[in-house]
Design a protein around this ligand. Structure first.
Ligand SMILES: Cc1cc2nc3c(=O)[nH]c(=O)nc-3n(C[C@H](O)[C@H](O)[C@H](O)COP(=O)(O)OP(=O)(O)OC[C@H]3O[C@@H](n4cnc5c(N)ncnc54)[C@H](O)[C@@H]3O)c2cc1C
Length: 433
């Protein structure tokens, strides 16, 4: 029986494993194996809400082993360290507990077809000090680290302020004015107010906590409609969040970010949300890559010089042959590619006449409970329509519900949504410790 191995159980990989397991694994037509370095899946677009303490990742995570048992695929926990394309094997590192104890030894997995869905990591663009002194939002662990540091900084500043009446401020600098950066800023603004309401700290949220976004482009959300950028900038301004556009970071230090104009931006915590690149493992495969190390794929999502290897999501570079546009690193793309590839692999792989075509339905961003806004794209001439208010809020929630539905079906998605809604009504709006 053919083995299809999938590396990475993220937005694209887990959905692909679930679909292939249902259609090929359950009836014994192929052996589907998913490998991920963690035992649980968490949908990455929610990471900023974990960082702000609004969402408990344990409540929203999916156990890979349970998903595998329900959907006819096998799960292996461990980091893929290297791929031998000649022998068609994967070397999987040992699985260890947080304190280093070995739970499972290193293993080797033989495959017939391989799908790389290992996502992306933060790109520091070789800016001096950025990797050493910035936090990132690449994983649940990163988001939890940020949350603890942020809470710690507020508590420390609060106790210092009690002793010194002129006040000690908390300075947060977010590098990158894309969706991740502005969404994190909005959520943090809400978190600091909620913590004050529960007397966790005695800071004045408006005066003592300074959140600053530094963006190299001349506007926020540079990839999206300029009217949306203007709307986001106005909302952030009303929340007291400082926005520095047209500002390039020159170097990062432990307590400050310096821009290329020589301005020093004091920073207790710097978050780097300015771009991504494919993980280092992509450079070891001997496959053609683009400038951010993404694996170049054909319209069938196959790699250029190995017909047994496919790639999708953030680690893949797909350029539409019709309009020459590169697809962005987005969950929407990973989802559409997983749907396409599941279909292609079920129909005996890649013999379909039509290649993958990305359809951009638009984007929605949420600034916590304060505002949501987005742009919908529809029609033959790709008309853009701005949405805000309740409509944008509903659309934003639907993005995640759609992902849950792809994994678990409608009934479980609906039951989970009700459970989360009830939970939200009986617990504080943010984690208080
Ligand atoms: C804070 C944040 C907010 C975002 N907001 C949005 C949004 O609003 N809308 C949107 O469309 N997109 C958003 N994105 C982008 C979106 O999350 C990604 O485009 C999407 O998750 C990509 O899916 P993927 O399957 O390619 O990779 P991922 O979802 O990143 O999954 C990669 C998986 O591979 C595993 N892995 C990596 N390397 C290895 C290895 N060597 N061995 C084993 N396992 C490995 C990882 O553990 C992970 O589970 C956001 C991203 C972030 C970080």
């Amino acid at each position: 029986m053919e083995t299809i191995a999938i590396v990475g159980g993220g937005a694209g990989g887990l959905e692909l494993a679930t679909r292939l397991g249902d259609r090929l694994g359950k009836n014994g037509r192929a052996r589907i194996v998913l490998v991920d370095r963690y035992p649980t899946h968490f949908w990455k677009p929610l990471l900023h809400t974990v960082a702000a303490g609004k969402l408990d990742p344990q409540v929203h995570q999916v156990e890979y082993a349970a998903q595998a048992a329900d959907h006819g695929f096998q799960f292996i926990c461990g980091e893929v360290l290297c791929v031998d394309r000649g022998a068609r094997t994967l070397e999987i590192g040992s699985w260890r507990t947080d304190d280093g104890a070995e739970l499972l030894p290193p293993r080797t997995l033989q495959y017939d077809k391989l799908v790389l869905a290992c996502g992306a990591v933060t790109n520091f663009f070789n800016i001096p000090g950025a990797a050493e002194h910035s936090l990132t939002l690449d994983s649940v662990q990163d988001a939890e680290l940020f949350r603890r540091r942020f809470l710690g900084a507020c508590l420390q500043a609060s106790s210092q302020r009690n002793g010194a009446p002129d006040g000690a401020a908390v300075n947060i600098v977010i590098v990158g004015g894309g969706a991740t950066g502005i969404e994190l800023a909005g959520e943090l603004c809400h978190t600091v107010r909620s913590l004050a309401q529960y007397n966790v700290h005695s800071l004045d949220p408006a005066r003592d906590v300074r959140i600053r976004i530094i963006e190299r482009g001349d506007r926020l959300l540079p990839q999206l409609n300029p009217r949306l950028s203007a709307r986001a900038a106005r909302t952030l301004g009303r929340l007291g969040i400082e926005v520095c556009t047209g500002t390039t970071v020159a170097r990062v230090e432990a307590d400050a970010v310096h821009d290329s104009a020589g301005v020093r931006h004091p920073s207790d915590i710097t978050v780097w949300a300015a771009g991504v690149e494919a993980p280092a493992i992509c450079t070891t495969l001997g496959l053609p890559l683009n400038r951010i190390r993404q694996i170049v794929v054909t319209p069938e999502l196959r790699t250029e010089n190995d017909p047994a290897v496919f790639a999708l999501g953030d680690c893949a570079s797909y350029v539409c042959p019709v309009d020459g546009a590169a697809v962005p690193p987005r969950a929407q793309v990973a989802h559409q590619q997983a749907v396409y590839l599941a279909d292609a692999l079920v129909r005996a792989v890649g013999n379909r006449a039509a290649g993958f075509r990305y359809r951009d339905y638009g984007s929605v961003v949420s600034l916590g409970p304060f505002a949501a806004m987005g742009v919908l794209i529809g029609g033959a001439n790709k008309r853009e329509m701005l949405v805000g208010g309740m409509a944008a809020r509903v659309l934003y929630r639907l993005m995640y519900q759609k992902h849950v539905m792809a994994l678990h079906g409608f009934v479980r998605m609906a039951a989970q949504s009700v459970a989360h809604w009830i939970r939200g009504k009986v617990t504080p709006p943010v984690k208080l410790h």
